[in-house]
Design a binder for this molecule. Structure first.
Ligand code: ASP
Length: 377
């Protein structure tokens, strides 16, 4: 059902969306209007990272296809996205999200997620939650049933249990357990000299396993982000992840943090991210990109501006290549209230496309890179 579109075709699709947007702008439905004021009629679109367009958990539809179906059937946009995200979270083959996500350094799967409801201006998130396969639904429960935006660790798990979620002892699968064991085997205890060296050594060992093909990049930094606009202009987004593979227990990345892993302004647009969470946390880049869209930038230009900010703020040598560019990848998926969208990445490396679902069906569109080369060349 998915088909790949090349960059030229993608530009054509985007230009088409732009023409529709221009028509809407002239009819007074331009974005940039006062927050909370919604467009009356928009071409619905759902976008996601690669996993939202790839995993089906044995079913018929991917995340973006199910979300698009829900959005066009009049479901609440956030509920439609969550139904799609749940496919990815529950699929044991996706080892960067939910059940079968990659565990932390102690072998425990700890999950992060957040969601934002544009029109209702509500948000919720959980971080480092254990034992619940669908952290995105716990994030939604935080949004709907508490006065708070973020619950973490044991408190998040207790909350989930009290809300009726099934809490399991272990979300590992045989595959994630085996990979964790291999990672652990390669860590020589004699090298645990001080916490900094130990952390650095663990990271290097993990990168070595990536280079040897024992783990793939998309699961070392594996996350699902899905954002959508419905026919009435409602905009919502969800991000869910098991975070960095074999992370220090308790390490929380960008995914559950509003403004970093996800940001939605119902009157402007949505943006979510995958990749090196620390770079995103430092810059609150999803928020920045939504603000750039508020100023009138197309999602692609806003996304590239966000990546540029990350590049400028990355100055530690350990994070840089020999040429001074960042030695990591990070991606953003953005859509605005006109229904225009884009996916951008620091490099065209690893996952080089993202998912889009419109009335034309699901497509894979090329991510627009900021820089030439790869994170490691
Ligand atoms: N951004 C996520 C994190 O840092 C990981 C990823 O997207 O792969 O936790």
């Amino acid at each position: 059902m998915s088909k790949k579109i090349d960059r030229r075709e993608f530009v054509r699709v985007s230009v088409g969306a732009g023409a529709a947007a221009a028509a809407m702008a002239s009819s007074g439905q331009a974005f940039g209007r006062a927050p909370g004021v919604r467009a009356q009629s928009v071409r619905p679109v759902v976008i996601s990272d690669r996993s939202g367009a790839a995993f089906r958990n044995g079913g018929r539809l991917t995340c973006i296809e199910l979300a698009f179906e829900g959005v066009t059937n009049g479901e609440d946009v956030l509920d439609a996205i969550l139904a799609g995200i749940n496919i990815v979270e529950l699929d044991p083959e996706e080892s960067g999200v939910g059940f079968g996500g990659t565990p932390n350094a102690d072998g425990v799967v700890q999950l992060d997620s957040c969601c934002m409801h544009g029109p209702r201006k509500q948000a919720g998130g959980v971080a480092a939650i254990e034992g619940v396969r669908t952290p995105s639904l716990v994030a939604k429960a935080v949004m709907e049933h508490t006065d708070h935006h973020l619950l973490v660790g044991a408190g998040a798990q207790d909350f989930a249990r009290n809300m009726g979620f099934t809490v399991e002892d272990d979300l590992n699968t045989p595959r994630t357990r085996e990979r964790w064991l291999e990672w652990k085997r390669r860590l020589d205890p004699e090298h645990y000299l001080d916490p900094e060296r130990r952390a650095r050594h663990g990271y290097d060992v993990a990168l070595g396993m990536l280079a040897e093909g024992l783990a793939d990049e998309s699961h070392f930094w594996g996350t699902v982000n899905c954002d959508a606009i419905g026919p009435n202009g409602d905009i919502c987004g969800v991000t869910s992840t098991s975070g960095l593979s074999w992370k220090i227990p308790g390490r929380t990345g960008d995914s559950p943090i509003l403004g970093a892993g996800l940001y939605v302004d119902g009157g402007v647009g949505a943006c979510g991210s995958t990749g090196r969470g620390e770079a995103n946390l430092y810059n609150l880049t999803s928020y920045l990109i939504v603000e750039k869209m508020r100023e009138g930038m197309h999602p692609k230009d806003a996304g590239l501006a966000g990546l540029q900010r990350i590049k400028e703020n990355t100055i530690e040598r350990r994070l840089l290549k020999a040429n001074g560019d960042p030695a990591f990848n990070i991606r953003f998926f953005a859509l605005n209230a006109r229904g225009e969208y884009a996916g951008v990445s620091m490099y065209a490396a690893g996952e080089t496309f993202y998912g889009v679902c419109t009335e034309n069906g699901a497509e894979e569109a090329a991510l627009e890179p900021l820089l030439d080369g790869t994170p490691s060349d």
